[in-house]
Design a protein around this ligand. Structure first.
Ligand code: FDA
Length: 323
């Protein structure tokens, strides 16, 4: 059984999911998930705003395969928009089209996305479409292009590991964009596999959009890239209101605070939701090497050992069953 399949089956395991929901927060998930409901996430966002950080809020959802769950996700996001507005928070929304029904029906998904963007537009709240794996890329870009004909409060993500990223950034040069290295396992026909090649492309894309484009969100925890961007924006007098650094909630808090202290705009990607467990397991299934970084952020040493033993026992159990 491949590691990917193990994480997928862990994500679908009801007993583990219930246990994670009951105990996961105490064990450390609260370090990287800002709450399980709207009230909790709003409290976290308020605290981050007080520290001089803006936020992009993401409602976590399980892999959506039915219309009722996608509609529920849409309602939650609409409530979030209303709350950002009424509480005057310095925040916008990040969402994944698959959560709104991309795998169910294209028109159904588009209608959900349009309703969200239109509602947020009334309050001048920005919506960022996260980029998922390459099977969702073309449709996500088409949705963004179509919605941009009517609304200006929408942007998306460019993944530096993709060979096509340079062309895509040119097509979206008038949009607010988040630029990332890329989080999914993609084949070498379409994506760079080598870290150095990804880093070089990442820097080129960031420089291109900073110099030619609209607002740029540089989303990384990599201090080398961040230092390079600091040098570039100083050298070319790029105004501080045309870019921001973005980092995940709970990751590299030291670096987040240092950037704010130095006067750089910093936006925290804040995930929340009851279903955080299956979302994270799916993330690990896509890219098991994330486990190391993730556990560093989440658990202390003692908990790590307990979890490693429990996961080992579970995996061994499954492998033996298959024989
Ligand atoms: P990377 O993991 O390459 O690490 C480089 C170096 O930085 C490490 O060797 C280490 O020295 C240091 N470092 C990194 N993380 C550290 C940590 N936690 N503690 C200590 N040191 C650390 N992807 C995607 O495909 N679609 C999307 O929509 C998004 N959205 C998104 C939003 C935001 C706000 C972020 C931060 C990231 C994403 N991503 C994403 C994920 C992105 O593509 C990428 O997989 C991760 O950010 C990991 O790459 P990094 O650039 O952070 O550093």
């Amino acid at each position: 059984m491949a590691l990917r399949d193990i994480f997928i089956s862990l994500s679908e395991n009801e007993a583990l999911s219930t246990a994670a929901q009951n105990y996961g927060f105490k064990l450390g998930a609260k370090n990287i998930v800002a709450g399980t409901n709207l009230q909790e996430v709003l409290e976290s966002v308020r605290k981050l705003n007080e520290q001089g950080m803006s936020c992009t809020i993401n409602h976590l959802g399980k892999f959506v395969t039915d219309e009722a769950t996608a509609t529920q996700a849409k309602e939650e996001i609409l409530a979030l928009i209303e709350a950002i507005h009424s509480e005057n928070l310095n925040a916008h929304i990040s969402l994944k089209p698959s959560q709104l029904g991309l795998s169910i029906d294209i028109d159904f998904c588009y209608d959900n996305l349009r309703e969200i963007v239109e509602y947020a537009n009334e309050y001048d709240i920005f919506i960022s479409f996260d980029m998922e794996d390459s099977s969702h890329l073309q449709l996500t870009f088409e949705f963004v292009e179509e919605l941009q004909k009517s609304f200006s409060n929408i942007g998306t993500v460019i993944q530096a590991y993709l060979h096509r990223a340079q062309e895509d950034i040119e097509s979206f040069k008038d949009s607010r964009l988040r630029i990332v290295k890329g989080a999914y396992k993609e084949p070498e026909e379409i994506a760079y596999q080598d870290k150095l090649e990804i880093d070089i492309n990442f820097i080129e894309l960031i420089e291109y959009h900073l110099a030619h484009g609209h607002f740029t969100s540089i989303a990384t925890h990599d201090h080398n890239i961040i230092n390079h961007v600091k040098y570039f924006v100083e050298e070319y007098n790029i105004p501080k209101d045309t870019f921001e650094f973005q980092m995940l909630y709970g990751y590299r808090k030291d670096l987040q605070q240092a950037l704010v202290k130095e006067g750089y705009p910093l936006c925290v990607y804040v995930p929340y939701g009851e279903d955080w467990y299956s979302d994270f397991m799916r993330g690990l299934a896509e890219r098991p090497q994330n486990l190391n970084i993730l556990t560093k952020q989440v658990f202390n040493k003692k908990t790590n050992t307990v979890l490693a033993v429990a996961a080992g026992a579970f995996v061994l159990g499954r492998l033996t069953k298959r024989k």
